[in-house]
Ligand binder design. Sequence first.
Ligand code: ADP
Ligand code: MG
Length: 261
Amino acid sequence: MSVMLETRGLTVRYEHHIACDNLSFALEEGDYVAIVGENGSGKSTLVKTLVGLLKPSAGEVILHNLSKKEIGYLPQSTPVQRDFPATVSEVVLTGCIGGGGFLPFYSKGQKQAAQNAMELMNISPLSKKSFRELSGGQKQRVLLARALCATKKLLILDEPASVLDPVITHDLYSILKMLNETRGITILMVSHDIHCAVEQAKTILHMDKELLYYGTPEGYFQTELYQRMVGLCHADYSREHTHSHGHELHPEEKEENGHAD
Ligand code: ADP
Ligand code: MG
């Protein structure tokens, strides 16, 4: 496996506020990484910087055999996006814009890519429908097709399930797993749901401005970080969990994780 994207000392500020602090990690081709952390810990800022929407204040993002326009990006949902006045196929096609600059029309190749993405997401029958009239789950499939339109290599998703009900969320996660396992697409996904994150992903990235953990879910289970995330999701479950399986990290481990309580 080779590294497709890495950050070195990546720091991102909003005026004087530091949102990402000295992050260094390497993303392997074929990996499925879940980015977790509390609200305001800099997750969205990190992914926006990776796709080039924000500029680092210090450090760098290095792409290997990958250009920014080959990254498919599904932003965190905003009311404006969800009320987009366009047809499904138009929304999917905007995912191809990355390569074409300000072209007034799309190439045959781009139209084909949009069709392929819609077929893969099972939304071809919806292509002429108005985006704003779709259900939440359908909208998210369309936005995923839009992100896929831009890439065969790397999908970066910011809380793709936060607006979905549990059944449709399950559906979405199955699609992501299929894209990773059978299409070989590398996935980097911000997740607000710690249980899904550890179940779905091969690698966990936990951040709180700084990088606190980057490794397997199995290793993550051993950390206090995980206990605390579970606690945030479900206070009672957390207490039980800590009593039955909890063990303290060694001081060196804490240090290694940059974690101080
Ligand atoms: P997360 O996605 O983990 O919830 P964000 O990356 O959205 O975190 O935000 C990280 C921090 O940066 C928060 O304290 C947030 O208030 C701040 N922040 C985010 N966007 C902006 C912005 N456009 N201007 C100023 N501060 C921002
Ligand atoms: Mg966010």
